[in-house]
Write a protein that binds this ligand. Structure first.
Ligand SMILES: Cc1cc2nc3c(=O)[nH]c(=O)nc-3n(C[C@H](O)[C@H](O)[C@H](O)COP(=O)(O)OP(=O)(O)OC[C@H]3O[C@@H](n4cnc5c(N)ncnc54)[C@H](O)[C@@H]3O)c2cc1C
Length: 436
């Protein structure tokens, strides 16, 4: 517990924003004993989400895309707990241990909220029950196992229609994340198909469904179109201007009355607020925390919020900064300095968060990608190489960098790992019945 005389900074959420805030605060207060920092997160690792799609496609070993939080901090005390309630009047956070459910109440003087968001199913019927989200490590491992399971089932299935539905993979959401997953999956099914003698190439299909009139709306239209044409050439199907009405165990029904027969709907169609955040008196209607340019919560002294759970205003555009890791990390560094300025009474050292987005890179499988960096556009192999170099460079920790680089190297020469871990199958997915 913190000393009675010392000040306690509590950081909630061990993602990109929370960890970066903790690391920056440790540096600022490395020589001070009167400041205690605690980081709370429900898991003891950070998920490097940018590489999750490659876990699904077996290009990277699952454990290599997570960063152990305890090893990443020094002065900070880490606690693996799930936050249940934040009571700023009492300056206390109620948590439970994820396994034992034992309650822990942690008090603070200053609080930094960085709890991210969760997958948003937007009340689409059956989506939460039957689709596969891709937000954390468990999601990636479950999805990978399910995809292999579909191939195993298809290989022994004699009914052509059922075999096709087992081998159709639908991605709901054609944004950056959806396309990345779709492209990786397309590569995976392409290279793994040869191990399944009864699976015919025309039965395997990757379909992207999006309500917009184009994919990857985060990127310029030209690059998005280039990406779509490339993926179409590789056999992928696109249903644009199409909403998903419902998801079932063996189908996706769209707004235009179409039914896509599939046992795999991957949900990449948006986020929802964390319930703990949505319940806060200072949450907005959408359950996020609106902050000022210093990432402070207006009207609530000693509270900062950042990353995906916050709405951080961009002074250049008047709109909020996009919810990306790129922004969360920069917001965290600025927030930590602003917290220190506040604690040390140096208000003049407070600075607004101003950041110009560096760009976007989207891998498209088959060693190709599209990239838009500082106004310059790249595509093909060079963009793919840049993607790998930049993301490997940003991956925290030398051990993780080496492990991922080795995985990539071996992936060039070795076949995809198609070992099926049955214990990872999602319980709601019952075995398919004969569709006649
Ligand atoms: C598949 C995928 C690919 C992506 N690719 C990219 C990319 O290439 N580039 C990019 O810039 N962005 C990418 N993003 C977006 C990026 O991951 C997010 O913007 C980023 O993670 C936000 O950081 P954060 O710290 O705000 O939230 P998170 O990283 O989500 O961290 C929140 C943390 O809070 C913890 N937490 C939540 N609730 C509780 C609770 N009740 N109690 C305790 N702990 C809790 C969570 O476990 C988590 O550790 C991708 C996202 C996904 C899903």
């Amino acid at each position: 517990m913190p000393e009675a005389t010392s000040k306690h900074i509590l950081i909630l959420g061990g993602g990109f924003a929370g960890l970066q805030a903790a690391q920056t605060l440790e540096k600022i207060y490395s020589k001070r004993d009167d400041i205690d920092i605690t980081l709370i997160s429900e898991k003891n690792y950070l998920v490097y989400t940018s590489m999750l799609a490659e876990v699904v496609s077996s290009s990277i070993e699952a454990k290599h895309v997570v960063i152990p939080l305890r090893e990443s901090v020094r002065k900070t005390t880490f606690k693996e707990l799930e936050v249940k309630k934040i009571d700023h009047d009492k300056k206390a956070v109620t948590c439970i241990h994820p396994q034992t459910h034992e309650t822990h109440v942690i008090t603070y003087d200053y609080i930094v909220i960085a709890m991210g968001s969760k997958t948003g199913f937007h009340n689409v019927k059956g989506a939460e029950e039957f689709s596969y989200p891709l937000k954390n490590l468990a999601d990636a491992m479950v999805l990978r196992s399910h995809v292999i399971d579909m191939f195993e089932l298809a290989d022994i299935e004699e009914n052509h229609a059922l075999r096709s539905s087992l081998l159709t993979f639908a991605i709901v959401g054609g944004g950056y994340t959806g396309i990345e997953v779709a492209a990786e999956l397309n590569d995976f099914v392409d290279t793994s198909r040869r191990f399944y003698k009864n699976v015919k190439s025309d039965e395997v299909k990757v379909v992207v469904i999006d309500p917009g009139d184009r994919i990857m709306h985060e990127m310029s239209e030209g690059l998005a179109q280039y990406g779509m044409n490339l993926l179409k050439k590789r056999g992928m199907e696109f249903h644009l201007n199409t909403r998903v009405e419902s998801v079932g165990v063996d189908r996706v029904v769209t707004g235009d009355g179409d039914t896509i027969k599939t046992h795999t709907a991957i949900w990449a169609a948006g986020t929802a607020p964390q319930p703990v955040i949505a319940a806060l008196p200072f949450a907005d209607k959408k359950g996020r925390i609106e902050v000022n340019e210093f990432t402070e919560v207006p009207g609530y002294d000693g509270v900062w919020a950042l990353g995906d759970c916050a709405v951080v205003p961009d002074p250049h555009t008047g709109k909020p900064y996009p919810p990306t890791a790129q922004h969360a990390i920069r917001e965290a560094t600025r927030t930590a300095h602003n917290v220190a300025a506040y604690i040390d009474g140096k208000e003049s050292e407070k600075r607004a968060f101003i950041y110009v987005t560096q760009g976007m890179l989207a891998p498209l499988g088959h060693r190709s990608a599209v990239a838009e960096i500082k106004g310059f556009r790249f595509s093909g192999f060079f963009a793919w190489f840049m993607w790998r170099a930049i993301y490997l460079g940003k991956l925290p920790g030398w051990d993780r960098k080496i492990r991922v680089a080795l995985d990539w190297f071996l992936d060039i020469f070795l076949p995809k790992d198609i070992v099926q871990l049955r214990f990872l199958i999602k319980p709601s997915q019952s075995p398919p019945e004969d569709e006649g």
